[in-house]
Design a protein around this ligand. Structure first.
Ligand code: ATR
Length: 408
């Protein structure tokens, strides 16, 4: 038996933010990142709509990118004080993910962070509040997923919280919010979405319900991401839907080791919140390497071939199709100015010369065994089509560092 869970309601299309008017409740707490939602006028609109719905509104802002356990605890305290019956999380994946974890702590004040991280172990929520998510980036799809990623900066590790309990009640996918994204964010979040869709399609937990969502998302992202990056706003709007479809797929089909590796390298080279490898960029760099590695598994090889066919990439054998898929993804990275490997990954995700990476070679090699162990233990590894050994994971991470061929 398998379960397929999505938000109860999903509103999409330009202007759908207005749906906030129809929510029923008394008190809404809006959770936000830095200033982007305020600067672009979306916060004022959201507050006005919620007031029109007869709600009091309080704001919890300042949620940082790659949110920390400390921020989650602070937000939960604010909720405990205010007692909202709606949590409205608005912005990129970070504030929405953080708000999901705050929601758990608000409903269960005694729960520890360690308890929250027990996969599919969250107790029943919605005794105090319902949750509405409004994404402003086109990648994480956290508005429809059962996941939240929180970073423990003391340990230097990103932890996924996974449970259908934290799938939002309402998702508002209004593309107007994504139109203000800077292009670097378009590139990184877009490749995050591409990775979600491809990993979901080859996951061991994929099914008839998730496959069409994943395949359609891959096609849409292939058609629209580079155009969106180059300023085509229709393509930008299409990407907002595409990433959400990818999210519906992976929330139910789960992911694979691209994400395991991105989670564990993401925090490993950060100093505070500086110099970390941005999640979407990590995915973009590792995806071609992981495809080559997974394709040694016959079932995965066939499914990558199906993806290549759906994109009309050509090729006679599945092996040829896999190579064409990898070439296509590497070209997308080039078009989006994303480096191919960690060695050439600069401070803000830009391409840099050897020796200037945020992850210095010596530091990388020192941390490699531990990163590999943590990546194998990541929640996303369980649904990867090929089971990596410690030695293979270390080799794979090295290929991702140096951009060398995967031949094992
Ligand atoms: P992700 O979706 O990748 O998790 P994030 O970590 O939530 O993204 O946000 C990354 C950065 O993008 C943040 O600096 C965020 O700004 P705020 O914290 O001020 O909100 C910014 N950002 C998110 N959505 C944006 C948008 N639509 N326009 C401009 N900047 C945006």
């Amino acid at each position: 038996m398998a379960r397929f869970t999505l938000p109860r309601d999903l509103y999409h299309g330009k202007g759908s933010l207005e749906t906030l008017k129809t929510l029923e409740g008394k008190k809404a707490m809006i959770c936000l990142g830095g200033g982007s939602m305020k600067r672009n006028g979306f916060l004022d609109k959201a507050v006005a709509y919620l007031k029109e719905a007869g709600m009091d509104v309080e704001i919890f802002d300042g949620i940082e990118a790659d949110p920390s356990v400390t921020t989650v605890m602070r937000g939960a305290e604010a909720m405990e004080k205010y007692q909202p019956d709606w949590i409205i999380a608005m912005g990129g994946g970070s504030p929405i993910d953080a708000a999901k974890a705050m929601w758990i702590k608000y409903e269960y004040p005694d729960i520890t962070f360690e308890d929250m991280c027990k996969v599919f172990g969250i107790p029943k929520l919605r005794k105090k509040a319902h949750f509405c998510a409004i994404p402003s980036t086109s990648g994480t799809a956290t508005e429809v997923t059962a996941f939240s990623i929180i970073t423990d900066y003391d340990k230097g590790v990103k932890y996924p919280i996974a449970d259908f309990e934290i799938t939002p009640d309402v998702a508002i996918v209004d593309p107007e919010l994504a139109e203000t994204m800077p292009v670097k964010l378009v590139a990184h979040t877009g490749m995050d979405a591409m990775t979600h869709a491809i990993e979901a399609y080859v996951s061991t937990a994929h099914c008839d319900y998730t496959d069409p969502l994943a395949l359609h998302a891959i096609k849409m992202i292939n058609e629209n991401l580079v155009k969106s990056y180059n300023g085509d706003m229709e393509a930008r709007d299409a990407m907002h839907n595409a990433q959400c479809l990818a999210g519906m797929a992976f929330s139910n089909a789960l992911l694979g080791i691209v994400h395991s590796m991105a989670h564990k390298t993401g925090a490993a080279f950060s100093h505070g919140n500086q110099g970390h490898i941005i999640h979407g960029a990590a995915n973009a760099m590792y995806l071609p390497k992981v495809i080559k590695y997974n394709a040694k598994e016959p079932a995965a090889l066939k499914r990558y071939g199906e993806i290549a066919d759906s994109l009309h990439l050509g090729g006679n054998t599945d092996a040829e199709k896999v190579d064409l898929l990898i070439a296509m993804l590497r070209k997308m990275n080039d078009d989006l100015k994303i480096p191919h490997c960690i060695k050439n990954y600069g401070e803000g995700g830009e391409i840099v010369a050897d020796g200037q990476s945020v992850a210095k070679e010596e530091d990388f090699l020192k941390k490699l065994p531990q990163i590999a162990t943590l990546a194998i233990g990541d929640a996303c590894t369980g649904s990867n089509p090929r089971v990596p050994t410690q030695e293979e994971m270390e080799k794979l991470l090295k290929c991702c560092y140096y951009d060398t061929e995967v031949d094992f």
